[in-house]
Write a protein that binds this ligand. Structure first.
Ligand code: SAM
Ligand code: SF4
Length: 488
């Protein structure tokens, strides 16, 4: 049965009433009553996982759960896991272990669930191995989270659900956290690329796109009724969007441009193979599309890219950057790099350093290769040690910092429009921070410390720019509605 929120079971549905004695809102689902409870959630990994967590919390609100930052206060603890590299995997296992003592203390009053990519591939083993874990759920069943929580409160603990949604359609309605003008909108799920190092096709399944008409309707509603001004279109391989329906990302962006009140569009993450000439042209013409593109290259060596099964050469990739810069001269580019792919030679590694010099990225995410079960690269012959991988990672990062320091120094004196997100303490001083159209974070300290700038549009003049951070001074505050003369 379709609820408009993805696939839900035909089981009992939530209904709420006010308890006459306590005055509390109670949710009734089947025979069970759910008083107000707290959920603690820990998310690892990519933006897709953060978006999934937001969606899970939105569903749980219907079951009377509100989020808490303190796990000790929680009735339900959930992990949304990432299997892409060992590092976040290890952090998850140690944090899951730490919850043992709370379970021991509270017993059935403390429910623990594990979702996401690790649970998709090894949910059943997790349940067997961790006595204090109540349930595990995969990436394709998050819209049934309330059914699973219901099951545990009905007494059925120790289960794993990691089935795939086998339907050809991908149809959902976006859920956003209250009070923010930014929304993640998932437009395609899964990945068909099978890069030799990557576990995503095994944890997220095959590619399926939402229909363009559904996405446009969804975003129009978010803008009209929820005050959304900035949208991030999401997918593991987002520029493959629409292939299954004869549609394309380029067409979608051009149609979204027409939505009044939508100010800024971003998309992530892209595979170079699927960057079409049509999409490049859209970067030149679309007024609301961010001037930033994240385009993962992974390596600058043709032979490593071949072993990675990436389906492009460094020359083709650099040609794409050239075309993008021709279409949009001030476009800001970033990338992902993997160092130490099995048997990567010194020459192959040097080719990545050379590519960084040519590409002139604004920032990069860089990782040491981490073998993942099921992938082709995990069983390739490999003569590299962890020490070599660590040294190459440091080398890449230091090299890139020098490039980005020079690029960013040029920002000083420029004025950028920024949507302010929140504030933090920098060296003991309260500073607000926001993101420019081209995805650079700028910090500023206004003269008037009493103003709440959250979700204000402001113009900031950059006063200081290092490789890692930009400082600005407030030139103009437009309040919460974007100014009509939108500056890009
Ligand atoms: N779809 C994107 C693309 O085509 O590049 C990437 C998605 S992946 C979840 C995010 C990044 O994790 C990749 O770009 C890659 O740099 C890194 N990554 C994936 N598998 C990895 C592995 N086995 N070891 C190290 N880094 C890995
Ligand atoms: Fe993984 Fe991205 Fe390759 Fe898909 S395209 S397999 S998500 S790296």
């Amino acid at each position: 049965m379709s609820t408009g929120l993805g696939v839900r079971s035909d089981g009992p549905k939530e209904q709420s009433f006010i308890d006459p004695e306590s005055g509390e809102r109670i949710v009734q689902m089947g025979d069970l009553k759910f008083p107000p409870r707290k959920v603690w959630m820990k998310t690892f990994g990519c933006q897709m996982n953060y978006h999934d967590s937001e969606r899970i919390l939105a569903h749980l609100a219907d079951l009377n759960f509100t989020p808490t930052e303190e796990v000790e206060d929680a009735d339900l603890a959930l992990f949304n896991t990432c299997a892409v590299r060992d590092l976040s995997n290890n952090k998850f296992y140690s944090q899951l272990g730490e919850l043992k003592h709370i379970k021991k203390e509270k017993g059935k009053d403390f429910v623990i669930g594990v979702g996401g990519c690790v649970a998709q591939v090894e949910g059943k083993q997790l349940i067997k191995k961790y006595g204090h874990l109540d349930f595990a759920f995969g990436t394709d069943v998050i819209d049934t989270i309330n059914d699973m929580v219901f099951r545990t409160y009905a007494g059925d603990s120790k289960f794993a659900v990691n089935s795939w949604d086998r339907s050809e359609d991908f149809s959902i309605e976006t859920k956003v956290a209250h009070g923010t003008p930014q929304a993640f909108v998932n437009i395609i799920k899964g990945c068909n690329k099978y890069c030799s190092y990557c576990i995503v096709p095994y944890t997220r399944g095959k590619e399926r796109s939402r229909l363009k008409s559904e996405v446009i309707k969804d975003i129009r509603k978010l803008v009209e009724y929820q005050g959304i001004q900035e949208v991030m279109l999401l997918g593991q391989n987002v520029n493959s969007y629409g292939k299954d329906n004869g549609e394309s990302l380029a067409e979608l962006i051009m149609e979204l441009e027409n939505i009044n009140g939508l100010e800024l569009l971003r998309y992530t993450t892209s595979h170079p193979y699927d960057v079409s000439d049509e999409l490049i042209a859209v970067h030149g013409t679309a007024k609301k599309l961010s001037r930033h593109l994240h385009l993962p290259v992974q390596s600058g060596s043709a032979t490593v890219l071949d072993r990675m099964l990436r389906e492009y050469t460094p020359e083709h990739y650099l040609g794409l950057l050239e075309k993008l810069r021709k279409a949009k001269p001030d476009i800001v580019l970033s990338t992902d790099i993997i160092v130490g792919f099995p048997n990567e030679t010194d020459e192959e590694f040097q080719a990545t350093i050379d590519l960084l010099d040519k590409a002139q990225y604004d920032f990069i995410y860089s990782y040491a290769f981490s073998p993942r079960a099921k992938t082709k690269a995990a069983v390739m012959e490999d003569n590299l040690t962890d020490d070599i991988r660590g040294a190459r990672l440091r080398h890449v990062q230091q090299h890139q910092l020098k490039i980005q320091e020079k690029i960013r120094a040029k920002l000083v004196g420029q004025t950028h429009r920024v949507l302010v997100e929140d504030f933090g303490a920098m060296g003991g001083v309260k500073k607000w921070k926001g993101r420019t159209n081209c995805n650079r974070i700028v910090h500023f300290r206004p003269e008037n410390d009493q103003v709440d700038f959250q979700w204000h549009w402001v113009d900031l003049k950059i006063t200081q720019a290092t490789a890692l951070s930009c400082q600005g001074e407030l030139v103009r505050d437009y309040g919460k509605s974007a100014p009509s003369s939108f500056m890009h």
